[in-house]
Design a protein around this ligand. Structure first.
Ligand code: RP5
Length: 148
């Protein structure tokens, strides 16, 4: 069962967002990976987000460039944690960074650095580790390795 859903606004985002998938694979965490756009396929987005918890999804990772509405739009349709990855499609990604970070109070999106899909996956793993002893052990070992 996928515990994480990796969504991206366009096929052109895939090279950057595959990094999140690589990290999840390293930790043995199953994931869905879908191209879904808040602007181009809004109905598909709502359907996917509403069905995701029933399939086991506990955390969303959403990457988008330009106006980068996807993470916020996903957060509008779920109570689960949403991690946004601003992607550099223009303006060095500053447009996406501000769009994703500046959510209204009460509809939070955790925003990682520009193109930093790896950190989004690490954050998802740290969230999952709160209720999964196997993931918690791998996460602690990884952090310890970083310290050494
Ligand atoms: C955003 O527009 C996507 O997330 C992508 O980063 C950017 C460009 O999309 P394409 O024109 O390459 O499909 O919605």
């Amino acid at each position: 069962m996928p515990q994480v859903a990796i969504l991206m606004g366009s096929q052109s985002d895939e090279p950057a967002m595959e990094k999140a998938a690589e990290v999840l694979e390293e930790f043995g965490v199953e994931y869905d990976l879908e191209v879904i756009s808040a602007h181009r396929t809004p109905e598909k987005m709502v359907e996917f987000v509403r069905d995701a918890p029933g399939r086991g999804v506990r955390v969303f990772i959403c990457g988008a460039g330009l106006s980068a509405a996807l993470p916020g739009a996903v957060a509008a349709h779920t109570d689960l944690p949403v991690i946004g990855v601003p992607l550099d499609a223009a303006l060095d990604g500053l447009d996406s960074l501000l769009s994703i970070a500046q959510m209204p109070p009460g509809v939070p999106v955790a925003c990682v650095g520009v193109n930093n899909a790896r950190n989004a996956a690490y954050l998802a793993i740290s969230i999952l580790s709160l209720h999964d002893d196997v993931i918690a052990e791998s996460w602690a070992a990884f952090r310890e390795q970083q310290r050494r």
